[in-house]
Structure formats: C-alpha cells, structure tokens
Write a protein that binds this ligand. Structure first.
Ligand code: ZN
Length: 130
C-alpha cells in the first residue's frame, strides 16, 4: 500500500490526484490488475469525473452544497454538513490497471473531495495483481 499526503486549501475543494495514483501504480510493479484508491476520512471522499474542464469540478461542489437541507444539525463539532456530504460520496474507487497504467477514460480524472478543509489529508492506494 502507498500513502499520498496532501494539504487542502479551502473548505470544499476537488484535488486532482490522478498523477499521484499513477505514480503509485508504477511503484507497485503491477502490470495488470486493479488499483484501489481509499480515503480514510469522515469528511472527505473520492470520485472520478472530468478532469479537462475545471468548471465541472466547481459545478459538482456547488451542486453538492445545494443538496444540503435547511435542518438543524445535532453534531456539535460544527461540520455536520461535511459528514452528510461525505456520506453521499464514496470512500474508495477502483480502477483497472493495464500495461502498468491506470485505464481511465480520456476525460476521466481521480479527485480527492475535501468537504471540511483546509486540512492535512491522506489517500491510501493498493494495487492488486490480476
Ligand atoms: Zn465532525
């Protein structure tokens, strides 16, 4: 397993981690298999979506924020919104590996989703040989 450490800069933010995950795939020596990208946090997530136009990521964050209902949250830490949004996302994604590279679609990128930043964060990458 490999660990990617990152520092987020905003309360809600998408961070493109595709290059770091590809590095981890290369370091693993796995030529054919699966890559598990796992986020061990309760106020963050991971998703795969378009990486070419940054406006897509902004739209995703804005849409997620608009999903929050006007209710009174009971969690006293003050970040209940981040917990709720993180529960709508995934804690992991799996991507095929072939020829020692992630087999993402042309427009796909892997994003760490910060929902309660800025914070120091970690992503765990496990590559399995097929
Ligand atoms: Zn909390």
């Amino acid at each position: 397993m490999d660990r990617i450490h990152l520092q987020t800069n905003r309360r809600r933010e998408l961070v493109d981690i595709t290059a770091f995950v590809n590095q981890a795939v290369g370091a693993s020596g796995v030529e054919e298999g699966l890559c598990l990208v796992y986020v061990p946090h309760t106020t963050a997530g991971v998703l795969i979506n378009e990486g070419a136009d940054p406006a897509v990521g902004e739209d995703i964050l804005n849409a997620l924020g608009a999903l929050l209902p006007a209710i009174t949250f009971r969690h006293r830490e003050g970040n209940a919104d981040a917990h709720v949004l993180a529960s709508l996302l995934n804690s992991s994604v799996v991507v095929p590996i072939a020829e020692s590279a992630l087999q993402l679609g042309t427009w796909q990128a892997i994003f760490f989703v910060e929902l309660d930043g800025p914070r120091r964060r970690e992503v765990r990458v496990t590559c399995l040989r097929a």
